[in-house]
Design a protein. Structure first.
Length: 195
């Protein structure tokens, strides 16, 4: 439903006026790809700059979010190619290794999910974020990723299966049955959405 409303709004408004509204979604996608807040912010800034300078090439009757996500994705993979041989201390690496007792079960479950999600390949994280958390259809995700629709469906299925393996879930088991609804909404949407 959100994706349909976003598409309807996108068809009406001027693309230049809609760039700022896309920043939160771009930032969430950038964080999921980069796993580093600072790099994610740089990627979003670079994406907006590229989009702004190439706005004349955008067809206003197409999906602005898909276009922006494609720019961000390409920018990220270009960055990876350039920095392949560099060694970086990722933000929070030391802090993540410290042990702190969680406040409640949902926090534990979310931490387990986050570790399992981080262990997925970049392609699997990407497809779960696009198809699950961001609400894009498999067709839209295929266009953004530059692959066939069947590839997106296959990757999403394998990603959900691998995530369940990493979380040691049995068929049909729900790891968040005792957690608050906000945590369930975020996590389960990313792991079970199908379009």
């Amino acid at each position: 439903m959100k994706a349909e409303a976003r598409r309807a709004q996108n068809a009406v408004a001027d693309p230049a006026d809609r760039l700022a509204g896309a920043i939160p979604r771009l930032r969430a996608f950038a964080i999921s790809l980069a796993r580093d807040m600072s790099l994610a912010d740089d990627l979003v800034q670079e994406t907006i700059l590229k989009a702004w300078s190439n706005l004349d090439k955008f067809d206003p009757h197409t999906n602005l979010d898909a276009w922006l996500f494609t720019i961000l994705r390409n920018t990220y993979y270009s960055f990876l190619r350039k920095t392949r041989r560099e060694v970086q201390d990722t933000e929070g690496a030391h802090a993540a290794s410290l042990s702190v007792k969680p406040a409640h079960d949902s926090r534990l479950a979310f931490q387990d999910f986050q570790r399992a999600f981080d262990a997925l390949s970049p392609e699997h994280r990407e497809v779960l974020i696009l198809v699950g958390a961001s609400g894009f259809s498999c067709e839209e995700a295929a266009g953004m990723m530059g692959v066939a629709v069947g590839t997106v469906k296959s990757r999403a299925s394998r990603a959900r299966r691998r995530l369940a393996e990493l979380l040691q879930l049995e068929d049909g088991e729900d790891m968040f049955s005792d957690t608050d609804r906000a945590t369930q909404a975020v996590v389960l949407r990313a792991t079970t959405a199908t379009h």
